[in-house]
Design a protein around this ligand. Structure first.
Ligand code: NDP
Ligand code: 5RP
Length: 511
């Protein structure tokens, strides 16, 4: 798969110097020029700096601001010739450098820092100005901030941005929320700098208030699940087949030419192929095996729990990171007995490697299906008119989960916008049906060899539970009624019932 999809050429004539690149301090500019920056970025760490450069490269005049001015100065010193920047020192200077209605992109740490920045700038702004929060904010914070700023006459546009440092520079996937009115003004700028797949920019208005950050949150949850599944595939190839990281890198490269074609598979091959310069060992063997997390995966699961959406793949991925980080617990349990293991070889090894590809694909379909169901549930809960096909479309390029596969999801929702789950789409249903024998074999092999595969196995259980004619939930209902008179419904007639379990004849009555 291509690296981040290319950006389009800059808008001619927007830069004050015709694109040669200039950088001036706001005070100096006001003396010398009448035009101002049409967009500003505050928070110039890896993401903000590269978004600012991307904007400038596209012909926008970009006002710059950072809490500590050194980052602003560094950006101008290193990249000032890439476009037209207006570096500023104070918040007041920054605001003064922006043409009206002002558009400020905030790219700072999520949480308290974002509130601090909003509180610093909001009093300096005027009716109709727009604050775009491109950080990984919790959607509930975005809803709160949007409401508060709307009451002050300002637009607050919580915007998911994905693609990491390189994506921010070359074209991220952008998920703006906020009002339609704000998007009418911001949309052309954001689509300018977004990734582009087949002529379609990876940016669309997701919905009001927190919708953009909700979708970004679920994007990250899916990212966690996808990474966990890939990691499990690696672990099985390494420990069931006894392959070395470089050999596994070749397998991932091969998979990347097929239906698993994706950025995450591509970078996995690169990481596995990398050799540590200091020791000559595979890089993956010198990294501490404790996966960290900043919180968006956990938020996805917390939100899913509140919405009652089973996102088991994302939850397993979050828990797998937590488990890996539990050093003391792992140390205490390290010697516990497991099965004897001998690497599988010969034809059986080839079969298992092919089976792992099938298991990875099928588990990935489950993870994405669960993520899209969470977006569907969030949209219903918060009254957001989110177009799931449009979400799949803008995730095809620029973002961390970009993949050929997203095009199939786009097509599935184009075919049926009310699809209850991706698993019932004709194409996916057929592919998962064809994969299921391999999938079951991989889960069984992992269990037999004592190799943890929580993502693969929970995805398979989800699939089997969804397709079951009857679930043992009926028994759970019976248990609940027995100990707590919690009542149940019957399959053969309407109503709510309770059984008097303590009586001799366990008489049932309708309640
Ligand atoms: N890194 C990534 O791959 C991605 C990050 N994001 C999100 O984008 C945002 C920016 O991320 P990233 O570039 O990694 O930077 P960081 O999350 O590391 O944040 C650093 C920036 O926040 C500023 N900052 C921190 N605290 C305050 C404060 N109290 N007041 C004002 N400014 C403050 C810093 O200013 P100073 O220099 O003065 O310390 C600096 O500009 C975050 O919300 C992140 O979650 C989104 C997608 C991908
Ligand atoms: O937003 C992102 C990509 O879309 C970040 O890369 C993501 O926040 C990384 O998360 P974590 O540190 O929890 O793995």
């Amino acid at each position: 798969m291509e690296p981040i999809a290319g950006s389009r050429p800059g808008r001619p004539g927007l830069g004050v110097d015709g694109g040669r690149g200039t950088s001036r301090y706001a005070g100096e500019r006001r003396d010398e020029m009448t035009d101002q920056a049409n967009i500003g970025v505050t928070g110039l760490a890896v993401m903000g700096r590269n978004l600012a450069r991307n904007l400038a490269r596209h012909g926008h005049t970009v006002a710059l601001h950072n809490r500590h001015q050194q980052r602003t100065d560094d950006l101008v010193a290193q990249f000032g010739d890439e476009g037209t920047f207006v570096p500023t020192g104070s918040a007041a200077e920054f605001v003064a450098a922006l043409e009206r209605p002002r558009k400020l992109i905030v790219m700072v740490k999520a949480g308290g820092p974002t509130d601090a920045v909003i509180e610093e700038f909001a009093p300096l702004l005027e009716d109709g100005d727009m604050i775009v929060d491109g950080g990984n904010a919790h959607f509930a914070d975005t809803r709160r901030r949007e409401k508060a700023l709307r009451e002050r006459g300002l637009h607050f546009v919580g915007t998911g941005v994905s693609g990491g440092e390189e994506g921010a520079l070359h074209g991220p996937s952008i998920m703006p929320g906020g009002s339609r009115e704000a998007y009418a003004s911001l949309g052309p700028i954001l689509t300018d700098i977004a990734a582009d797949v087949d002529g379609t920019p990876c940016c669309t208005h997701i919905g009001p208030d927190g919708a953009g950050h909700f979708v970004k949150m679920v994007h990250n949850g899916i990212e966690y699940a996808d990474m966990q599944l890939i990691a499990e595939a690696y672990d099985l190839l390494r420990h069931a087949l006894g392959l070395e990281p470089a050999q596994i890198a070749d397998i991932f490269r091969d998979w990347n030419t097929g239906r698993l074609d994706s950025y995450l598979i591509e970078i996995t091959a690169q990481v596995l192929g990398h050799v540590d310069a200091a020791t000559g060992r595979p890089f993956v063997d010198v990294v501490v095996d404790q996966a960290e997390q900043k919180g968006t995966g956990r938020w996805t699961v917390q939100t899913a729990l509140e919405l009652g959406v089973p996102t088991t793949g994302i939850a397993e991925a979050v828990f797998a990171r937590s488990l890996s980080g539990g050093a003391a617990l792992r140390e205490a349990a390290r010697g516990l007995p497991g099965p004897a293991r001998a690497p599988i070889t010969g034809a059986a090894a080839e079969t298992l490697a092919a089976d792992i590809e099938q298991a990875l694909y099928a588990s990935k379909v489950v993870a994405y299906a669960q993520g899209f169901n969470e977006i569907q549930a969030g949209a219903a809960e918060y009254d957001w008119p989110i177009d799931l096909g449009a979400v799949a479309t803008i995730w095809r390029g620029g973002c961390i989960i970009r993949a050929a596969f997203l095009d199939d999801i786009r097509a599935a929702y184009a075919n049926d916008p009310a699809l209850p789950t991706l698993l019932t789409d004709g194409g996916f249903a057929e592919a998962v049906r064809d994969a299921q024998d391999s999938w079951r074999s991989v889960v069984a092999t992992a269990a037999r060899l004592g190799i943890p595969a929580p993502g693969f196995s929970s995805a398979l259980s989800y699939y089997d539970a969804l397709r079951a004619q009857r679930l043992p939930a009926a028994l759970v209902q019976g248990q609940r009624d027995y100990f707590g008179a919690h009542t149940y419904q019957r399959v053969d007639r309407p109503g709510t019932f309770h059984t008097e379990w303590a009586t001799r004849d366990a008489a049932e009555h309708e309640v």
